[in-house]
Design a protein around this ligand. Structure first.
Ligand code: C5P
Length: 237
């Protein structure tokens, strides 16, 4: 497989074409950003860690019947994925109140939610990824109502599987963000990445944060936290 022209450079990844029109080549970067790029830094080995962690999650989800764009790893920080047209909606699922839920709606920090909450955000840097509802998504033509329903259902299925899986590793799945794309057959397919950049993970015993909040909140030990997630995953899978 040959790496072709770069199609897109995001905050954490670069996407390239390949000689197969249905396959893209992803390079995970060490760059770290938060607050829509307002805070920037580098985390040693982040590309390698997130590539490995995300691949393990995608493989596990596939085994559990949740299809996704992942094909295979090709190096420590690169993977091949199925080509999809990304839907510009970020799907957030929450089990425990923290982050913007506490800031915006006054939930109590650390409060366990009686049931998972699904939220949609408009993936648009210029607008700062605002909170949107299904009517906005329809009128903005980001996705049709059937696709929104599928994103919601898949988000909740990922939550059920991932939450149970992480509990076995001694980790609380606090919340996470997913992205979806439409594949060549028109199917809504789970895409992007699932990693400590896009999920909040708290240690069950110590409540220690093992995710990107360590970078956002200048807590230190970012690389070590990502290493800890990978170590527990590799011990289990
Ligand atoms: O900041 P907020 O509480 O809304 O984040 C909810 C979840 O979505 C967190 O796990 C966070 O890491 C993730 N997220 C993300 N990318 C964004 C916004 C949030 O991965 N642009």
């Amino acid at each position: 497989m040959q790496k072709g022209q770069m199609l897109y450079e995001g905050k954490a990844k670069k996407i390239f074409r390949t000689d197969d029109e249905n396959i893209y080549w992803v390079v995970y970067k060490d760059d770290a950003t938060a607050f829509n790029g307002a805070k920037k830094g580098q985390v040693a080995n982040k590309g390698l860690l997130n590539n490995k962690i995300s691949s393990l999650f995608f493989k596990m989800l596939k085994k559990e019947g949740i299809d996704n764009h992942f094909i295979e790893n090709i190096s420590e920080n690169e993977q091949l994925i199925k080509k999809v047209e990304i839907i510009n909606v970020e799907v957030v699922v929450r089990n425990v109140a923290t982050g913007s839920l506490v800031k915006r709606l006054g939930f109590t920090e650390g409060e366990e939610l009686s049931e998972p909450i699904v939220e949609f955000y408009y993936k648009n840097d210029a607008l700062n990824d605002p909170f949107i509802n299904e009517d906005h998504i329809k009128i903005l033509k980001l996705a049709d109502p059937g696709q929104v329903q599928q994103m919601r259902e898949q988000g909740l299925r990922v939550n059920t599987v991932l939450k149970r899986f992480m509990e076995q590793l001694g980790i609380i799945l606090v919340d996470f963000k997913l992205e979806f794309g439409v594949d060549s057959e028109g199917k809504v397919l789970l895409a992007d990445e699932i990693s400590p950049d896009t999920c909040r993970f708290w240690d069950i015993k110590t409540q220690e944060k093992l995710d990107k909040d360590r970078f956002r909140q200048d807590l230190g030990g970012v690389e070590e936290a990502y290493q800890e997630i990978l170590k527990r995953l590799e011990a289990k899978i």
